[in-house]
Design a binder for this molecule. Structure first.
Ligand SMILES: Cc1cc2nc3c(=O)[nH]c(=O)nc-3n(C[C@H](O)[C@H](O)[C@H](O)COP(=O)(O)OP(=O)(O)OC[C@H]3O[C@@H](n4cnc5c(N)ncnc54)[C@H](O)[C@@H]3O)c2cc1C
Length: 352
């Protein structure tokens, strides 16, 4: 009987696991709580615009190795954002950045394209709108060669998905820790993995999307405050991405600093967007930005991990329980999360 693998979360790490297991005889089921795949590498459509309100682009790293991975899943609609990223400081002083030549990849159809393409190329089954609340382990099942696997997933409606030999958890660390806390498996290894996940701290980011029916050409695609002391931590011009914003319009992605984001966590969208638009208008020294013609918002409580989980996160792998994601490697980057998922998938393949 072929091995059955459950992957909780269809972010890029979960996609990496599915990719590493493609072409083997395993049955892979990816279970995702959201309506779509790709997690924090997220895209929305509104009023004729398309915008990436989580990860803005994939930067392949200095050796450019990841570009080959992106291209291997299809080059159609894959673009390098040509304009550079400049920097600003706490006083709003804007300067050219010192970024190296690393490319900034995006997709005409939005950054979610990457996850979609990877999953399409894999043999995995994807179950959307299924939030897993706990796991169960039946040790008797694993001792019986004829039985199905020992792991079950239980969703928010109480439905059980049973008979998995291995489970890979990819939600952000605090959500993985909560899942493990609710898991019926009385074993020190569960506690070790949970403690490793609990030890990961996160940066909170609130994204405000500000749309304008005018456009100003600028020499930069985005501004970043490396110190995150200005209220606007990151400001990107989505119109620099082909196919995202109609001609003559502008759509700004304002990712607010951690301090601002926490202070404005509960503000309704209109209130937060109005406050953010004022800071953007100050930064760009142009009062027209105070009055966007429509806005959108997304709070990312667990936006970016500040540290790595450490080796204890692997404590339960011999029992078939794995973790993958940007928090495992301690680097909030699409390519790092995907590669970690692939590494975990390969390890799982070798063990089988
Ligand atoms: C605002 C922001 C800006 C960023 N900018 C960049 C950037 O420009 N470039 C870059 O490379 N990276 C950037 N990142 C980081 C990048 O998005 C992440 O590192 C990467 O997407 C993490 O992928 P992941 O699969 O590890 O986690 P996630 O994307 O969080 O995937 C986890 C998945 O698990 C699902 N899930 C959670 N709980 C459950 C459950 N109980 N049951 C079922 N499913 C569940 C979630 O819905 C999600 O789809 C940014 C992130 C944010 C938030």
């Amino acid at each position: 009987m072929s091995e059955r693998v459950a992957v909780v979360g269809a972010g890029v790490a979960g996609c990496g696991v599915a990719d590493a297991l493609a072409g083997t005889d395993r049955e892979v089921v990816v279970v995702e709580k959201a309506r779509g795949v790709s997690g924090r590498a997220a895209t929305r459509r509104k009023h004729g615009c398309r915008y990436d309100h989580g990860a803005n682009y994939v930067k392949p790293g200095e050796d450019d190795e990841f570009t080959g991975v992106l291209e291997s899943f299809g080059v159609e609609g894959l673009h390098d954002v040509a304009e550079p990223v400049w920097v600003h400081d706490a006083d709003g002083d804007i300067q050219p950045g010192r970024e190296r030549d690393a490319r900034k990849w995006t997709y005409e159809a939005g950054i979610t394209q990457f996850a979609k393409r990877v999953l399409d190329a894999s043999d995995a089954t994807v179950e959307l709108e299924t939030e897993i609340e706990s796991l169960e382990r039946d040790d008797a099942a694993s001792d019986d060669a004829t039985a199905t696997g020992p792991w079950s997933l239980v969703d928010a409606d109480g439905e059980r998905y049973a008979g998995f030999d291995r489970v890979v958890l990819t939600p952000p660390a605090p959500q993985t820790a909560a899942l493990l806390a609710a898991t019926a498996w009385d074993d020190d290894r569960r506690d070790a993995v949970r403690a490793a996940a609990d030890g990961v701290a996160y940066r909170t980011v609130r994204t405000l999307v500000l749309h304008y029916d005018f456009r100003v050409d600028r020499p930069w695609y985005a501004l970043v405050d490396p110190e995150q002391t200005h209220p606007v931590g990151w400001l990107a011009r989505e119109e620099c991405k082909p196919g995202h914003v109609p001609d003559g319009e502008s759509l700004l992605i304002a990712q607010m600093s951690p301090a601002w984001s926490v202070a404005h966590d509960d503000d309704p969208t209109e209130t937060a967007a109005s406050a953010a638009a004022d800071r953007v208008a100050d930064l760009l020294a142009d009062d027209r930005y105070r009055d966007p013609n429509w806005v959108d918002s997304q709070g990312w409580r667990y936006a970016l991990p500040e540290n790595a989980a450490g080796d204890a996160v692997r404590a339960a792998e011999a029992a078939g329980l794995y973790c993958a994601g940007d928090w495992v490697v301690g680097d909030g980057r699409v390519h790092r999360a995907f590669e970690n998922g692939r590494t975990v998938g390969r390890r799982l393949r070798e063990r089988g």
